[in-house]
Design a protein around this ligand. Structure first.
Ligand SMILES: Cc1ncc(COP(=O)(O)O)c(C=O)c1O
Length: 373
């Protein structure tokens, strides 16, 4: 039987290798503290869990792809409070089952005439995979430390061929942020050359100094599509709840496409999401938790000679290890501390490692002691 050639060509998901290393270390009796994957294990706030419980009805029906009107308007209210941007919730917001599926499937509706998709490197692998499964081709856009981990727009030369240009700020894996001027410049090129900016803003709420900008804040957002999620903001990875904010004709296309795929969030999840998007106080607590973990682990890593090489936001520490990243990660694993080699995110990640600050505070303290030793 012949399966998808795209599937056959995909390299093994790098994190599967990290799992193998961890299993092998555990089998040798090493107790591991896992800073590898970015899956928060913080408690979902009680009022959000209660909103979900209160919404489980006796009868359960298929959720509609358009989402509940109250969810669309809660998202619109949050965008207004957070970014000072007024959107039309009914025409521009589409609730999604977390943001990953929406990021993955976006190329299915957006690759018409042009089939080239610009994706950053290093990056979250889903932009590339979604484009390839939709029959698209990839134009890699390198991110480099000496350019603030932002794409060098003057060095890119396929503007007329691309349908989509993916960006992700605050960035996974580097923790870098993008100023509004960067989005403005990219939006001007998008209008001139006729492509869409796809802005993955999954980490927009995990900041330390001042709230990061959004691509939604550009003056003319007719070529801007933003993906966001409650996963990190409200510690709700398991709920699967996010949204796409897009110009009305793109949102219409999503509403036509998505019922076929069946990717509308369950209504009880949507009702819990209304509670989450309507409250900002709990997000202060989430930020305080990550700030404390950062202040626990970072000094130990710096004392050990590692250099912070980004990470002004997100719960990631991206560090220059001054040598091969896999060798470093495997050596640290021998002491029970798991981090992700930068090479897992693309060749430009070589020489760096990423720590996801997801273990508990106590585990972060223990890891800091181990690193100091
Ligand atoms: C950069 C980035 N975008 C999107 C996601 C998807 O998050 P979710 O599907 O939970 O909304 C993640 C998850 O780790 C991520 O790191």
């Amino acid at each position: 039987m012949q399966l998808s050639p795209v599937l056959a060509d995909l390299a093994q998901y790098p994190f599967a290798r990290l799992d193998d290393w961890k299993a092998e270390a555990s089998a040798r009796g090493i107790e591991v503290i896992d800073f590898g994957m970015g899956d928060p294990r913080e408690r979902t706030p009680g009022f959000i869990r209660q909103a979900l419980l209160d919404s489980v009805d006796e009868v359960s029906s298929y959720p509609r792809a358009t989402g509940l009107p109250e969810l669309r308007s809660a998202v619109g209210g949050w965008i207004d409070r957070r970014f000072g941007v007024s959107v039309d919730p009914d025409r521009e917001i589409v609730p999604t089952l977390g943001s990953k599926e929406a990021i993955y499937s976006f190329a299915q509706i957006a690759l018409g005439g042009k089939r080239l998709v610009a994706v950053p490197e290093p990056a979250y692998p889903v932009y590339e995979r979604g484009a390839l499964f939709a029959g698209g081709a990839i134009a890699e856009v390198p991110l480099r430390e000496d350019h603030g981990w932002l794409p060098d727009l003057d060095a890119f030369d396929a503007w007329d061929e691309i349908a989509l240009f993916w960006v992700c700020y605050p960035n996974n894996p580097t923790g870098a942020e993008a100023p509004l001027s960067f989005y403005e410049e990219l939006a001007a090129r998008a209008r001139e050359h006729g492509f869409l900016i796809c802005s993955d803003e999954a980490y927009s709420e995990l900041w330390f100094d001042k709230p990061p900008a959004s691509a939604l804040q550009v003056e003319d957002r007719s070529n801007v599509v933003v993906f966001n999620t409650l996963s990190k903001r409200s510690s709700m990875t398991g709920y699967r709840s996010g949204f796409v904010c897009a110009p009305p004709e793109i949102a219409d296309a999503l509403r036509s496409f998505r019922p076929t795929v069946g990717t509308a969030p369950q209504e009880f999840v949507q009702r819990a999401s209304v509670a989450a998007w309507s409250d900002d106080a709990h997000v202060e607590d989430v930020r305080a938790i990550y700030r404390r973990k950062r202040e626990t682990l970072l000094p130990a890593l710096e004392a050990a000679g590692l250099r912070l090489a980004g990470s002004t936001a997100t719960f990631y520490l991206w560090l220059d290890v001054g040598g091969p990243s896999e060798v470093f990660a495997r050596r640290l694993l021998e002491h029970g501390v798991v981090c992700a080699p930068g090479s897992f995110f693309g060749p430009a990640g070589e020489g760096y490692v990423r720590f996801a600050l997801v273990p508990t505070q106590e585990q972060c303290e223990r890891a800091a002691e181990i690193i100091r030793e």
